[in-house]
Ligand binder design. Structure first.
Ligand code: BG6
Length: 482
């Protein structure tokens, strides 16, 4: 077992039931995350994991399917055969068809074996949302929707406000909101949580965090991958639904929210909701869509789906009036990098200009929060160049790399989120009203772009030219080199 440098908080054991247990999400994300938590000692031998799916599959075959996705743990020596077998001993396979209700009795039996312990049961719906209704009804009919049951769901929770309300209404018929955990995996990223620590555990930033000091904010989530084998899903969704409605708007919320009184689920989510409600309805000039050149060829169809989008948002409240939030995300871009860049206002008066200090076009101070990869913080400052020759100024940087500072593996977002479901902590999950408020912003955007052809861009660039910032006399700041 690995010796984690980060103390794991022990929890009372839980049962995880992954419905869609042999599917892509389960194999790629959920089970490897549980395996890492096992390696860290947080998931103990008393936990149970059921992979429920229509496939009747033997544990050995299942283990062989899962193993490649857990390889990083073996590669760095954290895991060996003993750990692997120890983890597999926690896993049961249950054949379950949520539509035909077949297998419900076996699932009920599995839960009943430990029911008297009152332990939490976490039902993770790793299946298409069109099956959520069937799955939740099956759980209810099997008598499994008890107070200690929790339900985890993930996007796409609808493809506009109306369908999202319909899906959520279906869930609400059976589970109470306090039992529903809607994953936005960006909230489970270490650096995204660090943004809250940066803002609310330090006084120096918070006093600057407003329209007296900020010129503007840029948020970039750039990916190098294309749509690959997800073309069917992606073409019906596009970058706005796939990334902006959830991940990017959540990042805007974390930058713009007021400090909650306590770091608890309702207070944090109340403050994020206020931000979403303060975002001004966008107009067509605030949106720029692009599509990478090879997209339609890969798809085998013509399509207006955007694989890139940039937007200018205004947050209409006292703190942020006049501070634009520019956001962009896209596939097949020049690099994989997610960054929040805060550009401060220029100093009001330059005292160095008259004594030769004005020899650089000194940039404003910037705070760059790198979410991935090479997670860290950079604070760009102006300094004096050493030596004689007058007051020569040059840009310098305070650079904090989280990887170097903590010398520990940064856990995957799913690890944190899965343990929070066991803990019963909803702080990093989306509440229903947040999801609806985000759709209230996005629905009109989808109407504005409907039928419009996105600009084509070459793969390996940072997307199409757009003049969202140019019109404001600003420019996109490219992510820094790793
Ligand atoms: C998912 C999107 O939610 O996030 C994908 O559906 C995207 O299209 C992915 O690639 C990006 O996540 P990450 O963690 O790699 O930044």
């Amino acid at each position: 077992m690995s010796e984690s440098k980060v103390p794991s908080v022990n929890l009372s054991p839980s049962d995880y039931v992954i419905i869609g247990g042999t599917g892509d999400l389960s194999l790629r994300k959920i089970l490897p995350a549980l395996f890492w938590r096992y390696l860290d000692g947080q998931i103990t031998a008393d936990y149970r994991i059921a992979a429920a799916s229509r496939r009747d599959i033997a544990i050995d075959e299942f283990a062989a399917m899962l193993r490649p996705f857990c390889e990083s743990a073996f590669a760095d020596g954290t895991a060996g055969e003993d750990e692997w077998q120890g983890f597999l001993a926690l896993v049961s396979i249950i054949t379950l068809d949520v539509k035909g209700s077949e297998g419900g009795d076996k699932l009920a039996e599995f839960i009943a074996e430990r029911a008297d312990s009152g332990r939490p049961t976490i039902f993770y719906l790793a299946i298409a949302p069109s099956l959520f209704g069937d799955a939740t009804r099956l759980l209810r009919d099997c008598g499994l929707v008890v107070p200690q049951a929790r339900l985890v769901v993930e996007k796409p929770l609808g493809h506009d406000g109306e369908s999202s309300r319909a899906i959520n209404a279906e869930l609400a018929e059976i589970f109470d909101e306090s039992q529903i955990y809607r994953i936005d995996h960006y909230l489970g990223k270490e650096t995204v949580q660090n943004l809250m620590a940066l803002r609310f555990a330090n006084v120096i930033f918070e006093s600057q965090w407003n329209n007296n000091h900020f010129d503007h904010v840029q948020i970039t989530v750039a990916e190098t991958v294309g749509v690959d084998n997800r073309a069917g899903y992606y073409d019906a969704y596009g970058a706005i639904r796939d990334m902006v409605q959830n991940h990017l708007l959540q990042l805007v919320c974390l930058v713009a929210m007021e400090p909650p009184s306590y770091f608890n689920a309702d207070q944090v989510r109340d403050e994020k909701l206020r931000v979403l409600r303060a975002i001004r309805p966008l107009s067509a000039e605030d949106i720029s869509c692009g599509q990478y050149q090879e997209y339609m060829q890969e798809l085998g169809n013509s399509s207006n789906t955007e694989t890139f989008v940039a937007m200018k948002l205004a947050v209409d409240n006292w703190r942020w009036a006049g501070v634009p939030f520019y956001i962009r995300t896209g596939k097949k871009l020049a690099r994989r990098a997610s960054e929040i860049v805060i550009t401060f206002k220029q100093r009001p008066h330059d005292i160095f200009q008259r004594n030769g200090g004005g020899d650089i076009d000194s940039p404003p101070n910037r705070l760059i929060i790198r979410l991935q990869p090479s997670e860290g913080l950079r604070l760009q400052l102006i300094s004096k160049e050493p030596g004689p020759g007058g007051m020569r100024l040059f840009p310098s940087e305070l650079n904090l790399s989280f990887g170097d500072t903590f010398e520990t593996r940064l856990p995957d977002a799913y690890e944190r989120l899965l343990m929070d479901t066991a803990r019963g902590n909803q702080t990093l999950f989306m509440r229903r009203d947040e999801v609806f408020a985000a759709w209230d912003i996005i629905d009109p955007v989808l109407t504005l772009i409907a039928g419009k052809t996105p600009s084509l861009y070459r793969s390996g660039t940072m997307g199409p030219e757009d003049d969202l910032l140019v019109a404001d006399g600003r420019a996109w700041i490219d992510p820094y080199d790793d």
